[in-house]
Write a protein that binds this ligand. Sequence first.
Ligand code: PHE
Length: 344
Amino acid sequence: MQELIDKYTAEVDAFSPANAEELEAFRIKFLGTKGLIKDLFEQFKSTTPEEKRTLGKVLNQFKQLTEAKHQELKEQFDSQLTTSTNQQDLTLPGEGFAVGSRHPLSLVRNEIIDIFKRLGFVVAEGPEIENDWHNFSALNFPEEHPARDMQDTFFITKDGGQDSIALRTHTSSVQVRMMENGKPPFRAIMPGRVYRNEAISARAHCFFHQVEGLYVDENVSFADLKQTLFHFVQELYGEGTKVRFRPSYFPFTEPSAEMDISCTICKGAGCNMCKHSGWVEILGCGMVDPNVLENCGIDSKKYTGFAFGMGIERITNLKYVIRDLRLFSENDVRFLKQFKTEIV
Ligand code: PHE
């Protein structure tokens, strides 16, 4: 039996399988339930007690040796298997994180704010749910005056006169709040969302965004208004963008104007965006009506001011050539991800 064990030991020592199948055959041959080691233990039972003393140890050592050899080779084959199926190509580019992007309206609003901040304007905000006083009456819209029909209003409660509640139709309501609660001079821009009862289409929506501007001090003139807005347009759309003012009407400004800029798409040559006129309207403006100043407790003999209001959607459409307002609120990622910018 000793000879047999010596022979097997040599065989185990020399064993060097080429693949996992050969290793498995080795295991069955030596360690299997009908394997050689089992046989040896069977034979061991019928040896004399003396032989048992020496052979027992040898046999156990042989068994351990065989098991260790098998274990070691198995681990080798297992690790080869995982590395070959999991082969990684380290030259592939990494997977980037999906970083969000700013909404185009936020981008443009921030740009507008930046430009006016550099001129010393501060940012102010007011509520979207407003009473009649702030949205209409204080702004010189007399009750039942047809001018109120210029803006189709979503009323929440309607029979309270100046206390009626509505979704604000313009950010001009913030002008009133600002002047009521402070002392001149005022130099502020007021961005915010506004609501009008309009059927939703490519050109109109029931809500949109405005930026209001207000400058009240002694000796503020229409020339200041023109120069401020001219500067704004050069900053936003580039040097050389032309502006023109057309007389207009708003109850809260006198005189009032609408400002056009030379079409940023066709540079004035005529295209779909400017309806082939070369000009596009971007805002309403004017000198704050003395009635409005008085309504807000400001001495209209001492102070004058200008105000303007622009739609952020309109400004954005011109900047990015977007022709359908609905895109701004549909949250379609294919649209939104085109405005990749560094988020800071
Ligand atoms: N509030 C006006 C509008 O919504 C815009 C405007 C603001 C006009 C300030 C003049 C002065 O159309």
